[in-house]
Design a binder for this molecule. Structure first.
Ligand SMILES: NC(=O)c1ccc[n+]([C@@H]2O[C@H](COP(=O)([O-])OP(=O)(O)OC[C@H]3O[C@@H](n4cnc5c(N)ncnc54)[C@H](O)[C@@H]3O)[C@@H](O)[C@H]2O)c1
Length: 334
């Protein structure tokens, strides 16, 4: 049995915490919102995961230092905008060499760092942290399905293969199959940029376009992602794998996807803020969009779908004009 802290009590953190606890791990959840923990401890339910029951063995604490003390693994499961501040608060409570896994998907706009890189930066800035062991866990995974023990495949990525294997070992169970990869940045880039492509697919659906447009956006979206990733030194094969094409497929086709839903609402004419409000939970594609554009510029990579989504989200380009501009781009070879 491993002692595990899960930081963040949104749908993903809670679905993973339940799964780990059901499979015999000693799990403690921490949240910045103590009322969430009180409610989960009292009801053993999560408001956004109806039907899921949390095991009695789970522990809850609003005290970050207590959550972080003496853990074999610390899971960062807060939305990307809260990763840095959570890492900053957690760093002094963690021992040097603590195994950490980030499950949030995003790129920080200001620094263009992935979430595991943000955690590493905060550890490095905290005295006493010389040896960082930060992995990322990413792939085609909806919390709603993991909460119901549906078969799911995912990738544990770390610079050091041994750390990826340690995460693989802890998370693997008969319903949850974990692969390893040492291309951590490629894995995280896939998880962040696919949300932008899902917004594009949602917009196309909102405009009543069909499966042809959906397939085109998924495939060409993956080409954009791989082009950027390779320019950044990632492995091309990563983008054909679970955290690349796999995550694109699930996010761009599943009705569980908030990014797809938000895109549909914008395709039907809502503003980004209205769509965000209507969805009611984090829409990481909108958060990742400025960073994806900046990366494209920095690495001199063409990302026309990302650019079109930006036009719509920023309100500078009507959705139909964005499609027209994509369709009339100069002719290319595939
Ligand atoms: N939901 C999924 O199916 C899924 C799957 C894979 C990855 N992810 C990724 O996991 C991350 C979390 O997603 P989610 O679906 O759990 O989001 P969510 O919207 O359900 O998370 C909200 C949670 O954020 C936490 N929070 C709120 N304010 C905070 C603050 N000030 N500081 C720290 N934490 C705060 C709270 O615990 C709150 O419940 C995202 O990056 C998402 O892309 C989600």
């Amino acid at each position: 049995m491993n002692k595990i802290a899960v930081l963040g009590a949104g749908t993903w953190g809670t679905a993973l915490a339940r799964m780990l606890a059901v499979h015999g791990q000693d799990v403690t959840m921490w949240s910045a919102l103590p009322q969430e923990l009180e409610s989960m401890a009292a009801t053993r339910r999560h408001p956004n995961l109806p039907g899921m029951e949390l095991p009695e063995t789970m522990h809850y604490t609003p005290d970050l230092a207590a959550a972080c003390a003496g853990r074999d693994l610390v899971v960062f499961a807060v939305p990307s905008v809260f990763v840095r501040q959570t890492a900053k608060k957690a760093a002094p409570c963690l021992p040097d060499g603590q195994l950490i896994v980030d499950v949030a998907k995003g790129i920080e706009e200001k620094t263009l760092l992935t979430m595991s890189e943000v955690i590493e930066a905060e550890l490095a800035a905290c005295p006493g942290h010389g040896h960082c062991r930060v992995a990322a866990l990413s792939g085609p995974t909806h919390a709603e399905e993991v909460a119901r023990d549906m078969p799911t495949l995912i990738v544990a990525a770390a610079k050091d293969e041994a750390d990826a294997q340690a995460v693989q070992k802890i998370f693997t169970n008969p319903n949850f199959r974990v692969y390893t990869n040492t291309d951590r940045r490629g894995v995280e880039l896939g998880g962040a940029v696919k949300n932008v492509i899902a917004l594009a697919v949602g917009m196309a659906l909102g405009l009543d376009y069909g499966d042809n447009a959906k397939a085109a956006l998924i495939t060409r979206g993956n080409a954009e992602l791989a082009r950027l990733g390779v320019a950044m030194g990632c492995q091309a094969a990563t983008f054909a794998g679970l955290s690349g094409m796999g995550d694109l497929i699930v996010t761009c086709t599943s009705m569980h996807s908030r990014n797809l839903h938000a895109g549909m609402l914008m395709g039907r004419g809502m503003s980004a803020d209205q769509a965000r409000q209507e969805v009611g939970q984090v829409v990481e594609g909108i958060n990742a969009l400025p960073a994806a554009r900046k990366l494209a510029k920095q690495y001199k990579v063409e990302m026309p779908i990302v650019e079109a989504v930006y036009g719509i989200v920023s309100g500078t380009l009507p959705a139909r004009s964005a499609v027209a501009s994509l369709m009339s781009r100069g002719l290319k070879s595939e």
